[in-house]
Design a protein around this ligand. Structure first.
Ligand code: GCU
Length: 408
């Protein structure tokens, strides 16, 4: 059990790391809320205290104040069913492609959305990545197995993983429509009954990722205990929220998720997005309360995004940034991963094992939290996918599969 002296020593080490890392990336966080202390001021020293007191209050805070509360009816297992409407061999017989439609029987009506599945042909269940796709339908369309850097299906399958993609626009509009009477929202609750704490679009997309997981649990060719979720930018924010709310995902990959995703708020990065700009551009992604309550309060708010990342512990987490993506605030993304790491330590695991912000091209993958900085701009590329797959491989997802595959 950890003692007060241990906690104190840890804080000193954290400050030392802060100074060293600040030298490397030029900027350090300030007054970051203490991850292992409850809102009422009680120190959290064990995994039980974390699971019983701290993690639930953090999840509740992110629900009420950032991503919004999703009505419980949306997640009722009995309301969802699936239809595989096409199934065939693809990639010269190396994989099976299934086109699936999720059918949700909501309290206010039915809602359907499609997703596409690619499974390498092997004798035993394979691990998988769920891809939250933002790009135009042609990038996701299984009709043509195209090589897209954004979702490199053949490459992922070639590395022995199944992959399942859905398109965010099929679930809820990306742009602000001025109302929530569309997509899955309209089948769950009346737009007029929404409050400042009602779920935003990121929560709706996370809902869809969880429904895909419901289907995975019914698919014998995929090992549901080894499933990662990957998203880029607003999709990366969604991947994090999916991982925080749905513990069935064993790995969460946030690619360039930036502000209101992996990026810490308590850090001064003038070229990066702030909370106050949300109402102007993307009010629909979050709950209405978030910018109203926290706009301009980044440096004083009583919680921060490292605490969202910590909700993924002790599962695997990858945070990816791009060197030319200042808007996403890369050092803030690194710091969140670093400052979330004590949650992994409560489980006797290592979080991010690195003491300085990396150089472009470097991947820090020694612990259960991975960080990499891809040289280049804001995008999701095969380079990023390889880092996420490498990380799963490092954690034994590959070894097991190797011994099980016919050609392994
Ligand atoms: C904008 C927004 C970001 C978001 C990005 C995207 O740049 O400010 O928060 O991540 O769009 O999703 O593409």
């Amino acid at each position: 059990m950890r003692t007060k002296a241990n906690a104190c020593a840890r804080r000193l080490i954290c400050s030392a790391i802060a100074v060293a890392a600040a030298c490397a990336c030029g900027v350090a966080p300030e007054n970051v809320p203490e991850l292992l202390r409850t809102f009422s001021g009680v120190d959290v020293k064990t995994k039980d205290e974390w699971e019983k007191a701290r993690a639930p209050e953090l999840l509740d805070r992110f629900q009420k104040d950032v991503y919004g509360r999703r009505p419980a009816t949306a997640d009722e297992r009995g309301r969802i069913s699936f239809k595989v409407y096409d199934e065939r061999a693809v990639m010269g017989g190396k994989a099976v492609r299934k086109l699936v439609r999720a059918e949700f029987d909501g309290p206010l009506g039915k809602f359907t959305f499609p997703f596409n599945v690619y499974i390498p042909k092997t004798r035993s269940p394979v691990p998988a990545f769920v891809s939250i796709c933002l790009k135009h339908r042609s990038k996701v369309d299984a009709g043509n197995v195209i090589s897209s850097a954004y979702w490199p299906v053949e490459h992922i399958v070639g590395r022995g993983y199944a992959t399942i993609g859905f398109l965010t626009e099929d679930v809820a509009a990306e742009k602000n429509t001025g109302s929530f009477a569309h997509g899955v929202f309209k089948c769950v609750e009346q737009a007029e009954s929404r409050t400042d704490e009602s779920w935003g679009t990121i929560s709706a997309w996370a809902w869809a990722a969880s429904r895909v997981m419901d289907w995975i649990e019914t698919e014998p060719a995929i090992d549901a205990r080894r499933v990662g979720v990957v998203g880029h930018s607003r999709g990366g924010k969604t991947a994090l929220w999916t991982g925080a709310t749905d513990r069935r995902f064993a790995l969460v990959c946030s690619n360039d998720s930036g502000a209101h995703g992996a990026k810490l708020n308590h850090i001064r990065l003038p070229k990066s997005e702030d909370i106050a700009s949300i109402p102007k551009y993307f009010p629909n992604w979050y709950c209405a309360k978030y910018p109203k309550k926290y706009g301009g309060r980044e440096m004083t708010m009583e919680f921060d995004q490292h605490e969202l990342l910590a909700l993924i512990a002790p599962r695997l987490l990858c945070v990816g940034s791009a060197s030319e993506d200042d808007w996403a605030g890369q050092p803030g993304e690194w710091w969140s991963a670093k400052l979330a790491s004590p949650a992994w330590e409560l489980y006797g695991r290592n979080g991010l094992v690195a003491e300085r912000f990396p150089a472009p091209g470097e991947a820090q993958q020694d612990g259960d939290v991975s960080y990499h900085l891809r040289p280049g701009k804001h995008f999701l590329t095969s380079y990023d996918w390889d880092r996420y797959i490498d990380f799963a491989d490092r954690h034994g997802w590959k070894e097991r599969r190797k011994s099980e595959t016919p050609n392994g």
